[in-house]
Design a protein around this ligand. Structure first.
Ligand SMILES: [Fe+2]
Length: 254
């Protein structure tokens, strides 16, 4: 398995604090069957700034550490970029760290709102040659209340990534219900861990994929798995006609 979103670099954000934390996370990932992760530290979220050179420096350090400890985990770099007014200036300066330097960039909204300029910015990012991947939309209150906003973003070319733990209900019933609604409506393209540690915010990727396989069948399971491969290889990902998300009573299958 490939995990396109996690906070495994030591000491750069609210993920792994120390190299021991990073090693524990790496071991937990490998035990899950994950062979490749993309380290995506928070960037410009109001609390953390991790400029590209800093991420690369920590990446080199972590890769050497994993090699020394014989942990078979490949780590690529990227940003979890909070949508902000500097995006285009940073793009011009080569400061945006897309996923493994592909055309895909992870974009985070504030936790409860969608900025008024988001629609235009998501469009302009694509005009500039990058494809935005909106991370954990299922945990955003405004999108939960108004799923048509996300539908329109996807219709206009954005991709989305749901959190493995949300699929399993670890972020509550609302986020779980919305995650499944997004899978059913072709409104999400990736599952990733967004792991921050090995306890409260672990990987859960294997369990989430297993749940998807049981609930939606092999086609959906393989499509989502394959998309993470395609993304880090900078290829076009599978995407299907988005459907208007319908509110429906959750069956309580978990
Ligand atoms: Fe994250």
């Amino acid at each position: 398995m490939i995990d396109i979103h996690c906070h495994i670099l030591p000491g750069v954000d609210d993920g792994a604090r120390t190299e021991l934390d990073s090693l524990a996370m790496a071991k937990a990932a490998v035990e899950q069957g994950i062979h490749t992760v993309v380290a995506t530290p928070h960037h410009k979220n109001g609390r953390y700034e991790n400029e590209r050179s800093k991420v690369q420096k920590h990446l080199t350090f972590l890769r050497a550490l994993l090699k020394k400890e014989n942990i078979p985990l490949t780590v690529f770099g990227g940003h979890e970029l909070r949508i902000n007014g500097d995006v285009f200036e940073d793009m011009d300066k080569g400061e945006i760290y897309s996923v493994n330097d592909s055309k895909y960039v992870l974009i985070e909204f504030p936790s409860s709102t969608v900025p008024h300029y988001a629609k235009q910015m998501l469009f302009d990012i694509q005009v500039a040659g990058l494809t935005p991947v909106i991370v954990h939309p299922e945990r955003n209150k405004e999108l939960l209340d108004e799923p048509m906003k996300l539908y329109n973003f996807v219709r206009n070319g954005a991709l989305t990534q749901v959190t493995a733990a949300s699929v399993l209900g670890k972020f509550g019933k609302h986020a779980q219900q919305f995650s499944h609604q997004l899978i059913e409506s072709n409104l999400t393209h990736f599952i990733a861990s967004d792991a921050h540690n090995t306890t409260t915010r672990g990987f859960c990727l294997q369990e989430a994929y297993q749940a998807v396989k049981e609930m939606y069948g092999l086609d959906t399971y393989y499509m989502l798995m394959e998309n993470s491969h395609l993304l880090i290889d900078n290829m076009n990902v599978n995407r299907f006609e988005p459907l208007i998300p319908k509110r429906k009573k959750f069956l309580g299958l978990f």
